[in-house]
Design a protein around this ligand. Structure first.
Ligand code: AKB
Length: 315
């Protein structure tokens, strides 16, 4: 069987920095090419500086390493995206179109594209939002993800390019600090708790959002990409989720380990973004088509996050 050669964009990001390691384990360190805008002195493996807007550089790397799969994680997230709407649209859509075109020309076998719950708008039902509900996003990030989902479907239907995608909820992991996401309060809160600090939350205490623990998110990507082509029935993007909770519920989970920990609520512009998203999504299509099944619930996640962050602190 042909050795897979993997290229990852956005390899320094929250998801990319963890996915690189998992793909190195799966395919071998020398068969994974990690790329991002800036080098990473701690990185172990093959790393190339890449701005995915640079089509020529992207294509040269795909040719140089004879890439067979691309995981395109480079993007500007929801909260940061609202600070620079046009730039966010440009970066999120032009980079993905570069990935699709380069993959087609160079006969890349599979492409992974992360979409998001941000594709839904405030008119969607809040609970168990259907896979096929109308998409009316209220952020530029969400608009760019809806466009990306349709580009993915277009390249599959018109050119047979095997593009696969997941609509991620908030992703929570211990491996990196919070980024520019609306759900990143759920990462920052753990850092504050283990350092003995109280937490100021930029969302309202009862703002329930769909979330997934990093380990489940990474496994979902691997299982989706490993699934036989005939199982992939949805060529825009699959809903997936692990759990749903509010900042207040997450605080209660943390207080089982840190009884004196407190959260104060100071909703800001991100509350309006969060309020336009579902509280939970229906991921039954992913479960039916390729046996998706989350393993981490809120207390499992809290126990693991606290253990790993304390271990990292000791290093
Ligand atoms: C964000 O908050 O912008 C992302 C997302 C839900 O896609 N984590």
């Amino acid at each position: 069987m042909e050795q897979e050669k993997i290229l990852i964009t956005g390899a320094n990001g929250q998801l990319g920095s963890v996915l690189v390691g998992r793909l190195q384990e799966k395919h071998g360190v020398h068969n994974v090419i990690a790329t991002d805008l800036r080098s990473n002195k701690n990185f172990i493996g093959i790393f190339e500086i890449l701005d995915v807007l640079d089509l020529e550089k992207l294509s040269s790397l795909v040719l140089k390493y004879k890439i067979t799969q691309i995981y395109h994680l480079a993007a500007i997230l929801s909260a940061n995206g609202e600070k620079s709407p046009v730039l966010t649209w440009d970066i999120n859509t032009k980079t993905f179109c570069n990935i699709l075109e380069t993959s087609l020309i160079n006969k890349v076998k599979k492409v992974f594209f992360p979409s998001s719950i941000a594709v839904y708008g405030k008119d969607a039902p809040k609970h168990k939002t259907s896979q096929n509900h109308e998409l009316t996003p209220s952020t530029v990030y969400g608009i760019s993800k809806v466009a990306g989902e349709n580009w993915a479907k277009y390249y599959f239907e018109n050119h047979g390019l095997d593009v696969r995608s997941l609509r991620f909820p908030g992703i929570i992991g211990y491996q990196s600090l919070p980024g520019g996401g609306t759900t990143d309060y759920a990462v920052d809160i753990y850092h504050k708790a283990i350092n003995g600090n109280d937490f100021e939350c930029f969302l309202a205490k009862n703002m329930i959002l769909p979330m997934i623990y990093m380990q489940d998110a990474i496994r979902a990507i691997i299982e989706l990409m490993d699934a036989p082509k005939k199982c992939i029935k949805i060529r825009t993007s699959y809903n997936i989720t692990g759990m749903s909770f509010s900042p207040e519920e997450l605080t209660l989970s943390i207080q089982k380990f840190y009884p004196n920990f407190k959260t104060y609520y100071r909703p800001d512009f991100r509350q309006k973004i969060a309020a336009s998203w579902p509280s939970s999504v229906d991921d039954s299509c992913a479960k039916k088509d390729w046996n998706w099944n989350p393993l981490f619930l809120i207390d499992d996640m809290t126990e693991t996050m606290i253990k790993e962050l304390k271990r990292k602190d000791k290093i």
